[in-house]
Design a protein around this ligand. Sequence first.
Ligand code: KG4
Ligand code: ZN
Length: 335
Amino acid sequence: PKEIRILGIETSCDETAASIVKNGKEIMSNVVNSQIRVHQQFGGVVPEVASRKHIQNIVMVVHTAFAEAGMSYDDIDAVAVTNRPGLIGALLVGVSFAKSFAYALNKPLIAVNHLYGHIYANFLEHDNIEFPLVCLVVSGGHTSLLFMQDIENYEVIGETLDDAAGEAFDKVARFLGLGYPGGPAVERAAEKGVKGRYQLPRVFLDRDDFDFSFSGLKTAAMNLWTKMERRGEANVYDMAAEFQAALVEVLAVKTARAAEKYKARSILLAGGVAANSELRRAAQIEADRLGIKLYYPSLKLCTDNAAMIAGSAYHKFINGQFASLDLNAYATMSM
Ligand code: KG4
Ligand code: ZN
């Protein structure tokens, strides 16, 4: 059988990324140009700045992906690109580039859903993942629980009704003065603190659906913090530890409940927040209790990258699901 090499392009937020993946499995190159340092001075991602940085960097990033793979442009079989969801201006840079590149090389174009890419990161690194499974997708923009019958068929069984998990981390970190991106900053602060010294709610833990809500937790954390500051009893480490614990407990317990109800044989974690070691630990305890396997991507593949885009396009290539040159980008989506 012929080897299929796909170039993936990812520009949905603040990373300009390109990668070449062989047969949906073997990562030939994985280049991520992060704009974190640029956005740090603003305390968060500035969409206009992100678009401009993508424009500046995309050619160099794609060129590097070919160089690292030791391949020339004509060696690829298709061009895959994230076209939803994300910052619209940022997405359009990747989509426009991918369309031109595919057209110039006369190669097929494949559109990839960013969240599906995050899920697929697990399949790049782990073999023989058993279905059916439950997947928790937790990123800066999304929090969803999916039930997957197989790699191409999934159903959303729950999602956040307000803020995404990563968004809550980012907002609370900003409020506590911990910096951007908030997730890793809160995680580092939490290591020096003790959970339970402050008390925050486990929102929606007692509901028997699979939906989440983090906006109330964020507000509760901010109110408690202001009160403690007034009393001169504010400890940022203890606050970070309790906030992280409250968020992680709800995620891990509700994911396990879903796995039980749907008789899942595996649990997957995906998206930037899957990099959180407290979430990984809590989910592992739940999976062990249920006697099923837990998978999550390595740190590099949890946060935004293009290997997950190039990898997940393989099945579309095999099925002949190509996009036409009038492909558009979309900020939002339903999965
Ligand atoms: O998947 P991702 O890179 O981009 C989106 O698709 O949104 O996720 C970024 C999010 C940010 O909110 C960031 O704070 C969070 O993932 N994140 C973490 C950690 N690393 C990144 N959250 C908690 N703990 C971490 N270690
Ligand atoms: Zn992402």
